[in-house]
Design a protein around this ligand. Structure first.
Ligand code: 4AD
Ligand code: MG
Length: 504
């Protein structure tokens, strides 16, 4: 019996096994917020209903103590999940030592050091459940469509995504790398199976501390024989919209717990605009409008709005503080005001950040040079005018990987596609139609200063039955960050590995 099943047992006596996540006391009453992994529910311990010993035990319980409770299920719409337990008996399994994480605000550094415990907190619990729903959704989607799941090796001799972000390791005295991507192996498998997808950890050694970078992240890489760029983009869009729907349908409770704006997720389940890189550059620089709007003008408006909201929040805070200082208010009214002040201050932090960032975003967007790759802020500016993800295709070949197919109409560009998510989440998917001509691929390997010897086996794929094919890679944590509205990818994976973070 689990908390998630309480609704099926209304009025019945049930037994729950879990941990005390929060506790309040009243006269002859203890309210335990019990969590058991499947959910959270309030357990009401009333001195009139339990033995004296049990009442004493309930009042003494420390946070995160493990208990078994017996009681009857009562409907109460005010409670999380809509039900609570009227307790008859409690058994103590373990009285917890003083728990380091309280309901007070903790700094992120402290929480990250206690990641092994932080995972029990409500919001982290919700995020991990959403991650799980997404993982299951990914497998369902591809399995239903006849894709074969394959596991690519993690020790590799090939630099798939450039040589600058490799983790070096020793493989019986031979130099090897931790895989940056399973794609090259996926291509081989696609020639055997038709349509495949990998689902595994990948490694990038960039020493960057941005909110989008992990050293170890999970990537899903489908690869399809006889697919061109357009078919690839159709699949990406269908797949991503399927996942968004899944999350919205299956994770209502979790999304509500973390305060994710569901409307913006629902809106993103619509046609994804497709733009060439060249058009994207014009939009970024404010030279080209989208539905009569210029990205830079909208950002300037955002800045003006942020500034005036900040001002009005500050004066409201001042007013409320003055009221409290005057004295003579009831305790409830004081608390109400204090609460408002805390919320306004939190909102102001976000607004201050926007006021700091937007001016520099505008400057760098205006001065963006054609041929360069988009930075994080460029992606935010570019997606500002869209409610769905956008697909940017036909990239300058100088900034993309060696395996991407050159455009027939203009060999300065390659048939790559990046999907950029809205609300500042940026690149979530990278994909391409692959170069299928042996000679071109050989010369691209040289251009990228890679050793042809290392890619001998890969080139065989262009010798024996070479066909047009395409695929993409989606970063699981970036997708989860978007769905959960997490500012930083570190909260979207149980134990993040990042530059400067190896413990716990
Ligand atoms: O754009 P990337 O580097 O593409 C590839 O690796 C291709 N081999 C994929 C393919 O065509 N089969 O990475 C794909 C995605 C990115 O869009 C991003 O979502 C994620 O992987 N990603 C990262 N996520 C977290 N931390 C990092 N350091 C990431 N680097 C890439
Ligand atoms: Mg990329």
């Amino acid at each position: 019996m689990q908390i998630a099943q309480l609704s099926e047992h209304l009025g019945q006596e049930v037994i729950l096994k879990g941990w005390v996540s929060n506790k309040r006391k009243g006269k002859g009453l203890a309210f335990l917020l019990l969590r058991d992994g499947s959910g959270f529910t309030q357990c009401v311990v009333d001195a009139n209903n339990v033995s004296d010993k049990n009442m004493e035990l309930a009042l003494d319980l420390s946070l995160e103590s493990a208990v078994i409770v017996k009681g009857s299920v009562v409907k109460d719409d005010r409670q999380v999940g809509g039900y609570e337990l009227s307790v008859k008996e409690i058994e103590l399994i373990h009285q917890s030592e003083e728990y380091p994480i309280s309901n007070k605000e903790h700094g992120v550094d402290f929480l990250m050091q206690n990641r092994h415990l932080w995972l029990r907190s409500k919001k982290q619990w919700a995020k991990m459940r959403i991650r799980n729903t997404i993982i299951y959704g990914i497998h369902s989607y591809f399995q239903q469509k006849g894709f074969v799941q394959m596991d690519a090796p993690l020790f590799t001799a090939n630099a798939c995504e450039g040589t600058t972000t490799l983790f070096h390791t020793d493989f019986y005295g031979e130099e090897a790398f931790l895989s940056q991507s399973g794609q090259l192996y996926g291509e081989a498998m696609a020639m055997a199976m038709g349509k495949i997808y990998t689902f595994g950890p990948t490694f990038r050694a960039e020493k960057s501390k941005t909110r989008r970078h992990l050293s170890e992240f999970w990537m899903i890489e489908p690869e399809m024989a006889f697919y061109d760029l357009e078919m690839n983009m159709d699949l990406i869009e269908d797949f991503m919209r399927f996942l968004v729907r899944r999350v919205v349908e299956c994770c209502k409770e979790e999304l509500a717990l973390i305060g994710r704006d569901i409307d913006s997720l629902i809106k993103s389940d619509a046609v994804f605009p497709r733009l060439t890189y060249t058009d994207a550059v014009s939009i970024l620089r404010g030279e080209k409008e989208v539905n009569g709007l210029s990205s830079l003008k909208v950002l300037e408006e955002d800045l003006t709005n942020a500034k005036s909201k900040l001002e009005s929040n500050l004066s409201e805070i001042e007013e409320r503080e003055a009221n409290i200082a005057k004295g003579g208010l009831k305790k409830g009214v004081v608390n109400f005001n204090k609460n408002k002040i805390a919320n306004l201050s939190a909102e102001n932090k976000v607004l201050e950040e926007a006021c700091r960032n937007i001016p520099s975003w505008i400057v760098s967007a205006k001065s963006f040079k054609e041929g360069e790759d988009f930075g994080g802020s460029d992606e935010t500016v570019l997606t500002r005018l869209f409610e769905t993800p956008i697909m940017v295709y036909n990239w300058p070949k100088g900034i993309k990987a060696f395996y991407m197919k050159e455009c027939e109409e203009d060999a300065r560009f390659v048939k790559g596609v990046d999907v950029l998510a809205p609300e500042g989440y940026g690149e979530i998917v990278g994909g391409a139609e692959r170069e299928n001509k042996l000679e071109i691929l050989q010369s691209k390997i040289k251009e990228h200063e890679l050793s042809e010897e290392d890619f001998k086996w890969y080139l065989d794929l262009r010798r024996y039955g070479s066909v047009p094919h395409a695929g993409f890679g989606i970063g699981l944590e970036r997708f989860v960050a978007w769905m959960t509205g997490s500012k930083h990818v570190r909260e979207t994976i149980p134990f993040p590995r990042m530059y400067g973070n190896l413990m716990p």
